[in-house]
Design a protein around this ligand. Structure first.
Ligand code: CCH
Length: 292
C-alpha cells in the first residue's frame, strides 16, 4: 500500500482526547489575558452555542455551531466570543476533521475539567450547519431581568428550576467585561478554579447595588471587588431557586454532581440521537490524570 492514501477512518475516543489535550495545552498561553486563562471565555462559548435551543421548534443548540455566521456572531449576548472562536481556530487548524460544534462543546468540557471541576460526560457527533440555520436574537438570558425571564429562557431549552440554579454556578468562573456586556468584575475570588463559592458568596456576603454609571449590578459590601448580576441575585430571592442555591452552598459535592449532569445535557441540546458516534457518553481524561 506504500504511497497510497489511507482510507479515512471514523475518529475514535483517543482522537478526541488528543483534541482535548491540545485545547488544554493552550488555555494558559497568554498570562496577561484576564486571570491568566482562556478557560472561562471558552466555557461561555460552549454555553452560548448550546443555549439557543428551542425544544418546541427543535431549532438552535450546539449541533450546527451557527455562531460562526452573522447575524448570530454579532448578537449582543455574544460580544467578546470572537476571542474564544479565534482561539478555537488554532485547534481546528491541527484537527480539521472535527466539527465546530464538537470542538466548541469539547472546549467547554476541557475548561471545566482543567479548572478542577467535575467530569463532564460528552459525546461526539455534531455536524457543521450553514448560515441559514442561525438562530434569532433574544434566545440567551438577559442579565438585567428576573426570575420569570430566567424560567422562560431555560424552560424553553427543557431545563427545570434545579438545573437553572446548577448551571448558574458556572459564574464561579471568569468575569464580566465593560467592553463586552457592560458589566464589570468577577463573581468569586478564584475565577479560574471551579468551586461552589458562587453560592456561598451569594448567601454569606451582603450584596449592595453598585454606585456607578454602568448597568445595575451588585457589589459585595465588604470588599467591593466582587459582583453579582441581577439574575444571579434572584437565585437567593425566588423561593424555589433559593432552595437549590442553598443546597449547593452547603455542599460542593452536590453542586458538582448536579452541574455535571445539567451541563452535559446543555451541550447535547439540538443534536439528533442518530448523529452520536457512540451510544454512551465518554469521560475525557484531565491532563493531570494522563501524567500519572
Ligand atoms: Fe454567564 N454571563 N450568564 N453563564 N458566563 C457572563 C459571563 C460568563 C449570564 C450573563 C453573563 C450562564 C448563565 C448566565 C459564563 C457561563 C455561564 C457575562 C459577562 C454575563 C453578562 C460577559 C462579559 O462581559 O464578558 C446570564 C444572564 C445567565 C443566566 O442564567 C451559564 C448557564 C453559564 C455556563 C454554564 C462564564 C464562564 C462567563 C465568564 C466569561 C469570561 O470571559 O470570563
Amino acid at each position: 500500500q506504500a504511497g497510497k492514501a489511507v482510507t479515512k477512518l471514523v475518529p475514535t475516543k483517543d482522537d478526541y482526547q488528543k483534541v482535548y489535550n491540545k485545547i488544554a495545552s493552550i488555555l494558559e498561553d497568554d498570562s496577561d489575558y484576564d486571570d491568566g486563562s482562556y478557560a472561562p471565555v471558552l466555557l461561555r462559548l460552549a454555553w452560548h452555542s448550546s443555549g439557543t435551543y428551542d425544544k418546541d421548534t427543535k431549532t438552535g443548540g450546539s449541533n450546527y455551531a451557527t455562531m460562526r455566521f452573522e447575524p448570530e456572531a454579532l448578537h449582543g449576548a455574544n460580544n467578546g466570543l470572537n476571542i474564544a472562536r479565534n482561539i478555537m481556530e488554532k485547534v481546528k487548524a491541527e484537527f480539521d476533521w472535527i466539527s465546530y460544534g464538537d470542538l466548541w462543546t469539547l472546549a467547554g468540557v476541557c475548561a471545566i475539567q482543567e479548572m478542577a471541576g467535575p467530569k463532564i460526560p460528552w459525546r461526539a457527533g455534531r455536524i457543521d450547519g450553514f448560515a441559514k440555520d442561525v438562530t434569532p436574537d433574544g434566545r440567551l438570558p438577559d442579565a438585567t431581568q428576573g426570575a420569570d425571564h430566567l424560567r422562560n429562557i431555560f424552560y424553553r431549552m427543557g431545563f427545570n428550576d434545579q438545573e437553572i440554579v446548577a448551571l448558574s454556578g458556572a459564574h464561579a468562573l471568569g468575569r464580566c467585561h465593560t467592553d463586552r456586556s457592560g458589566f464589570e468584575g468577577p463573581w468569586t475570588f478564584s475565577p479560574i478554579t471551579f468551586t461552589n463559592d458562587y453560592f456561598t458568596l451569594l448567601f454569606n456576603e451582603k450584596w449592595v447595588w453598585r454606585k456607578w454609571s454602568g448597568p445595575k449590578q451588585l457589589a459585595d459590601k465588604k470588599t467591593g471587588t466582587l459582583m453579582m448580576l441581577p439574575t444571579d441575585y434572584v437565585l437567593t430571592q425566588d423561593k424555589s431557586f433559593k432552595k437549590f442555591a442553598k443546597a449547593y452552598a452547603d455542599s460542593q459535592d452536590v453542586f458538582f454532581k448536579d452541574f455535571s449532569a445539567a451541563f452535559s445535557k446543555l451541550l447535547e441540546l439540538g443534536v439528533p440521537e442518530s448523529q452520536w458516534v457512540s451510544s454512551e457518553p465518554w469521560t475525557m481524561k484531565t491532563m493531570d490524570e494522563q501524567e500519572s
